[in-house]
Structure formats: C-alpha cells, structure tokens
Write a protein that binds this ligand. Structure first.
Ligand code: 5RP
Length: 219
C-alpha cells in the first residue's frame, strides 16, 4: 500500500470517532484532506467544523461544511489532525504545513486528539524531521541564535508566511530526548509564537495507516 493509500485509510478510519450533532476540530495537511473528504459524507449529521488553517477552511467550505469560529464553539469533543513524526508516547512534531499555531490552539480546546498518519511517521525519537518554530518577523535573528544555543541549526522557511503573518524557522539536528522540556524551553524564547512540538498536549489516539490496515494505538 502506498503512503497516500495509508493516509486515506487513516483519514476514513477517523470518521467513526465523530459524534453526530457535534462540532469537529479539523487539522491541516494531505492526510487531513482525506479526512475532510470522508467527513463530507456525514456533513448533515454534524453541527459544523472548527478549522486550523485557511487551506482546510477552503476545503471544508468546498464540501458545503460550515466552518465556525473557535470562540463560538462551546464544546469540541474531537480534533483530528496529522503529524510529521509521532513517538510511542503519542508526542508529535507538527507544522510541516506551517499551521502549527492554530493546530495547537484547536488541539488545546478539544477533549480528544485523534492523530492520523501513514506508517512512515512513526519514530523512536523525535527530531529527524526538522522542528518548525513560528516566529514574529522582527525576532527572527534573535530566536535563531537562541535555537542554536539549544543545539539546533535553524533554517528560515523560504518564501513562506503563516496564516498569522509570521515566519517559520525549521530546526535541524535535534535529537529530542525530552520533548516536554524542549517544548517549554523553546516556547519561553521571546519572539517565538509556537513550537511544533506537541508533547504537553499529545495525541490521545493514533490511527496508523499500515500495509495491513489501520492500527488504533493509545499511549
Ligand atoms: C501541518 C501539519 C500536518 O499535520 C503535518 O505536516 C502532516 O502533514 P501531511 O498529512 O501532509 O503529511 O502539522 O501544519
């Protein structure tokens, strides 16, 4: 099975975790796009969606799914999103698509985080995928130097601006032995909006697309 087929299978599998009548938290990326396409099949059974990016908002609306402001969502039972890497504790690196800040906000509000990925995203130690950090533009150079002090090699994501009007530094060369500690340390650097480490708020359920079907894994 190709990685794309594994992503599609994981996206479809997430549908059975959506409660009829609820508002659905929707992440960003190619795996989530499969989930959104599957969600369209039950659009008359949900109240609407809260979206983590302009890209997902567009796709949801194209399917006729109402997109609500997070501030108007009284209760968000489930958030479905992909990841760039995920470890056995269901801690993740996210932000390959640059939507990390809104993703982290919606994930914080949701009661359950369902992560959907293909088998290639499963890792023993986080950090092979460069860690995205969203940065206020005027702090780019300062934050880059602070990230170097933590042992990383930050690289500006060229020609890219987030939905919030900020920059992304992709940090190479980190072997992330203590994800919660590193998440806290990077978030403490002045000028950092969000780090794409999702360790304090990790996933609750992993739906892993494999050649043998979709595995459900809890931490
Ligand atoms: C976007 C993300 C995505 O979830 C992550 O990049 C995975 O994307 P894909 O499903 O396309 O592999 O964090 O900011």
């Amino acid at each position: 099975m190709s990685a794309e087929e594994q992503k599609a299978a994981a996206g479809r599998a997430a549908i059975k975790h959506i409660r009829p009548g609820s508002i659905v938290g929707v992440g960003t990326g190619s795996t989530v796009n499969h989930f959104i396409d599957a969600l369209a099949g039950m659009k008359h059974d949900i109240r609407g969606a809260v979206s983590s990016s302009e890209a997902s908002t567009g796709r949801l609306r194209d399917h006729g799914i109402e997109v609500l402001d997070l501030n108007d969502a009284d209760h968000l039972p489930v958030y479905v999103d992909g990841a760039d890497e995920i470890n056995r504790h269901l801690q993740m690196i996210k932000g390959g698509g640059g939507a990390l800040t809104r993703e982290k906000i919606v994930a914080a509000v949701a009661k359950q985080f369902v992560c959907i990925v293909d088998a290639s995203k499963r890792v023993d130690v986080l950090g092979t995928f460069p860690l995205p950090v969203e940065v206020i533009p005027m702090a780019r150079s300062y934050v880059a130097h602070e990230l170097m002090k933590l042992g990383g090699q930050p690289e500006l994501r060229s020609g890219f601006t987030t939905d919030n009007g900020n920059l992304v530094l992709d940090v190479h060369g980190l072997q992330i032995a203590k994800p919660i500690e590193l998440e806290r340390n990077i978030n403490n650097i002045v000028g950092v909006v969000t780090v794409g480490l999702f360790a304090q708020r990790r996933a609750d359920l992993l739906l892993l697309g494999t050649d043998n079907g979709v595995e459900s894994i809890t931490a």
